[in-house]
Design a protein. Structure first.
Length: 298
């Protein structure tokens, strides 16, 4: 009797649990036309009534296949603007990269025998003193090694001399990963603030980098000022970084049945439009995906 009771109870529990399962989304998607002119409205017809729907147009930043990517092979590019003022000392600014800096922002770590800095100053066009000067595109591919981050540093030096030391300002800093597959420009560090810079004071505390929201600047001393040295170093930058693509929520559970949806594409080309449906309860979630091709004519 006890064994029979256990079996019956188990069956009741199994039945009870099964009623808590979310139903699988049952829906389909078709298009009104295989091709549309650029600027026309692309219509999609939907059947079924899933709890939620998310739309991925298939254009730049809205591709379903990239929804989970956080890295992508590509070409890392760096750009910035420099402005040199005053003084008459050459070679006062260096641009350096390290792949083994420990992330401890002090002089001992900067000059540790275990830290190696590669001087890439020659890759950049620097200001000669008339105005702000764009560096040009600096290829950082030589520093790519999987997910290993790099650190970028600007090293300023001023000599004790009978001429004044230079003043430098750095603006418009960016590092971008241009992906191999779709040539998307992924921001590794979109601007100065994204570099999350730290200043490492070396010599002469009166001459050091000063960081603001959109730039950093070091003001050199007058003639016969003490020797100066100051570093400003970025946070760790992952050169193969990628931003996941996102979909547009077009239906939530409380909405009525969605039978049509439309989108206007901004560029011509062949796109894969994707609809992701989900039925979600507190117990579980089930999803289903439907994709259709959309041809946008120029």
């Amino acid at each position: 009797m006890k064994k029979l009771l256990y079996i019956l109870m188990g069956g009741v529990l199994a039945t009870s649990c099964s009623t808590k399962d979310s139903p699988s989304p049952d829906f389909n998607v078709t298009v009104r036309s295989d091709s549309y002119q650029l600027g026309d409205t692309s219509f999609f017809y939907l059947t079924g009534n899933p709890y939620t729907l998310t739309f991925w147009a298939g254009d730049s930043t809205h591709q379903y296949k990239y929804r989970n990517r956080t890295t992508a092979t590509g070409k890392p590019e760096m750009q910035f603007t420099s402005y040199r003022q005053g003084g008459n000392q050459d070679n006062s600014l260096q641009l350096l990269v390290s792949t083994d800096f420990p992330g401890v922002y002090d002089s001992a770590s900067v000059y540790s025998p275990n830290t190696h800095w590669t001087d890439i100053t020659a890759k950049a066009k620097l200001s000669t003193g008339t105005t702000g000067t764009a560096s040009g595109v600096i290829d950082l591919s030589e520093f790519l090694s999987g997910d290993r981050p790099i650190y970028i540093a600007y090293r300023y030096t001023g000599q004790k001399s009978n001429v004044a030391q230079r003043t430098w300002t750095i603006q418009s800093f960016s590092v971008t990963n241009v992906t191999d597959e779709d040539k998307a420009r992924m921001p590794v560090a979109a601007d100065v603030a994204a570099g999350a810079w730290a200043i490492v004071k070396m010599k002469n505390p009166a001459v050091q980098w000063v960081l603001s929201a959109a730039s950093f600047k070091v003001t050199g001393g007058a003639a016969n000022s003490d020797e100066a040295e100051s570093w400003i170093i970025s946070k760790p930058l992952q050169l193969n970084k990628a931003i996941p693509d996102v979909g547009v929520p077009i239906k939530k559970m409380s909405d009525n049945r969605l039978e049509t949806y439309f989108s206007i594409y901004k560029t011509a080309g062949q796109f894969t439009a994707t609809f992701e449906a989900a039925t979600t309860t507190v117990y579980d979630s089930k999803t289903a995906v439907r994709s259709v091709d959309v041809n946008i004519l120029p």
